[in-house]
Write a protein of this length. Sequence first.
Length: 348
Amino acid sequence: PKMAAARPLVSVFDASSGERTGDGVELPGVFHAPIRRDLVNFVHTNLAKNHRQAYAVSKLAGHQTSASSWGTGRAVSRIPRVPGSGTHRSGQGAFGNMCRGGRMFAPTKTWRKWHRHVNKNLRRYAVASAVAASGLVPLVLARGHRVDAVEEIPLVLDKLGEIRKTRDASAALEKFGALADVLKAKASRQVRRGKGKARNRRFVMRRGPLVVLSPEEDGSVGRAFRNLPGLKVTNVDRLNLLDLAPGGHMGRFCVWSKAAFERLPAVFGSPDAPSELKSGYRLPRPMMANADLGEIINAPAVQARLRPTRATKPKVERVNPLRNKAAMDKLNPHAKVAREAAAAAAAA
């Protein structure tokens, strides 16, 4: 598939016929937003904690006995012990986290800090980065989406609002090569590992495409798409980072309706114009207009200002004169005479 983020126009396809329509749509400014993997991961990690349900052990657990220590002098540890006699339980250690039937260490409480607050500007920055990443083919492929047969990314479809049945939605996705990603998600359904399988979340499944609709279309069209496995339907006015970057990994395959795609400039604005729907919000501006550092360094204008390469002296390996006769003779010319005299004295 082609990468639309490098072109000013994005092709629009007819959802019913599969043909291109018109001259295309101008690429919204949000697709040029800086892609901040670190920021997306941070925001996702914190936002994902906000739907957790509080859990804790009973405050009585491990303390439902009148145990007390036997004190010293009985050759046993001073841990509290269950009173009574005539049963295995009597005399057993109690209360401590090291005891069988005792309480855990630091019993969990329901008033733990479960939720995390994330600044609004950070959340908006992360969503903008995730939308921009969804328009880059390498990032979409790296997430594992099956988009080899998709002609262009982002995929923008006209007349998407006319679809009312799931079979029509499936046929529309098949026309543009997007059904392969749905089938991939369907084939990935398997039983969850661990205890979650017994807690009403028995199966797990990979994520498929994200269908983004305008507020006018989000209704009957959403009901037509929502039964496809792995596919999620969302509103362009309420784009969520948990949907755009599942697991904190950017590059989800998005299928945009034409109305939703044309609404993106009003939702996000641009670095030069504020958003119409978010009060006073402007898209973040990239730190570098050209992020290709190699091209900048090798540019003739930069190379012309650099000093010439300095000639370096060859490195001479240092030798030990106590072991090397030539090095010793260089340091001490009399050493050779002394060696010859010593050899002559030894021979005599």
